[in-house]
Design a protein around this ligand. Sequence first.
Ligand SMILES: [Zn+2]
Length: 492
Amino acid sequence: MNVNQLGARGEALLSALGREYYLTGAGRKATPAFEAIYEQYADLQSDEALACARGARVPALVEWVVDLRVGRAVAPYEERQLVWERRARIAVSGRDIPYLRAAIELQNSPDRAWRIALDRARAAAGATDLNELRRDRFLRERETVAAAGFGADYPAAITAVSGIDLEHLAGQADRLLADTADLYREGLRHLVRRRLGVPPDQLVRADTGWAFRADEFDAAFPGDQLLGTGTAQMREMGLDAFVGGRVRVDAEEREGKQPRAFCVPVRVPDEVYLVLRPHGGHADYRTFWHELGHAMHFGSVDRDRSFVDRWLGDMSVTEAFAMLWDHLTLEEGWLQRFTELGRESGAVSRIAQLRVELAVSELYLLRRYAGKLRYELELHRSEYGAAMGERYAERLTAATGFRFLEEDHLRDVDPGFYVARYLRAWQLEGTLAQILTERYERDWYRNPRAGGFVQDLMRRGQAEPADRLAAEFSAAPLSFDASVSRLAAVLA
Ligand SMILES: [Zn+2]
C-alpha cells in the first residue's frame, strides 16, 4: 500500500460513512450499517496502513489511521450503548419518560422539583449498565492506542498523536477558571435570581437548561425564518450560504429524523448535507448557524487540495468556523438587524437583557469545558472506576457553580479528548473575531471584504492546525484572551 492508495481508499471510506450517517440521521434509513462499511475497508486499519502513514510523515494521516483502529475496536460498545439508550426508560413522579427525552424535558420545564427528580432518576438509570459499558469502552480505546505504539499513558499518547499539548492547554484552562471566577459568579447570581429564585449555593445541574433557556425571546426567532435569515446574512457578506449548491439543505419533516440540526460531508467539497428541523428559539438559531459554519467550511475547500487537507486535520479549525458564525447570534447589531427583536418596541433594552443571559450561558459553557479537560486528564490516568465520580462532581461543580452528579462521570466524556478541540476552537475563533472587528469594524458580518477574508481561510480546509492558522493573522500564541474580553465587555 502506498500513500496515494491509502488516501483514495480513505476518501471512499469516509464518503461511505458520511452517506450512511446522513441517511440514518435524516430518517431516510432505519438502521445504519457502519460495521459492514468498516469491514469493507479493514485494510485501512492494518499495521501496513499505519506503517504507510508513518512513512509518509503526515501527522494527520497517522492520527486518522489510529482513530480508525479505535473506531473499529469500540464499535461494539458504541452500538450496545445506542441500544441501551434507545430502550431505557425513566420512572419519575408517576410518569414514564424515554431516557433520550430527559435532556429536552430538563431544558423546557420551569418546575424545579420535577427537574431535580427527573435528573436524579436519569443519572441513577445509567449508574450501572451504562457506566460499565463506558468503562469497558475507554479501556479498549486506551489499549488500542497503546498497541499502535504510543505508550500506555493515554493523555501522553493523544498529545503525541494529535500534536496538541494537553497539559499546556489544561494550564491555560486553569487560568481561565481563576481569571473569570468573579465575573461568572456575579453574572450567574443575577441571572439565577431573576430566572430561578434559588440561592446560588443550592444550584444543581438540573437547573442549567432552564436557567439558560431564554424562553421569553422565542418569538423573536421564528423557525420558518431560519433558513431565509441565514441566506440573507451570508449574502450581505458576499458569501453564498450554500456554496453554489455544494451544501444541500434537508429541512423536510420526516419521521425518524434527528431533532437537532447536523452537518455531514459526503464528498468534500461537492456534497455536504445540512440537516435540520427548524423549531425556532435562540438555541435553534444558534445551532443552525453552528452547523451552517461547518457546512460552509467543508463546502468551501479547494477541490484540488489533498485528501488530508480536505477531510482530516485538526478538528479545532472546523469547530472554530462553526463558532465564528454561531457567536454572531450573541452580537448586538446582528440581533438588531437579523431577528424580530430589532422591530420590537424597547428593542435596545430587550437585546441588552438577552445578551447578558447569553454571555453568562457562554461563560458557563467555556468554564464547563475548562473544568472537564482537567477532569478528563485525571480520568484517563485512572482505571475508570466509581471513585472518579467524586472527582468529576467536584471539578464540574467548582467550574460551573451547579452541583453535578457523580453518576455522570463516564457518560459526560467525549472520547479522544474532543474537549481540547472545542477549547482550541474558542481560542482560534476569539482571535479571528477580534481581527475581523479590528480590520472591518463591529459589523464585519455585513462586509463583503470580511467575507472574502474568511472565504480565503475556509478554502484551505484543515491544512493547518489551529495554532499555525492563528499565527498567520495574530502575533500572540493561541489563548482565551479574546474570548474572555468579549464576554467581560457584555457582563462588566
Ligand atoms: Zn461543531
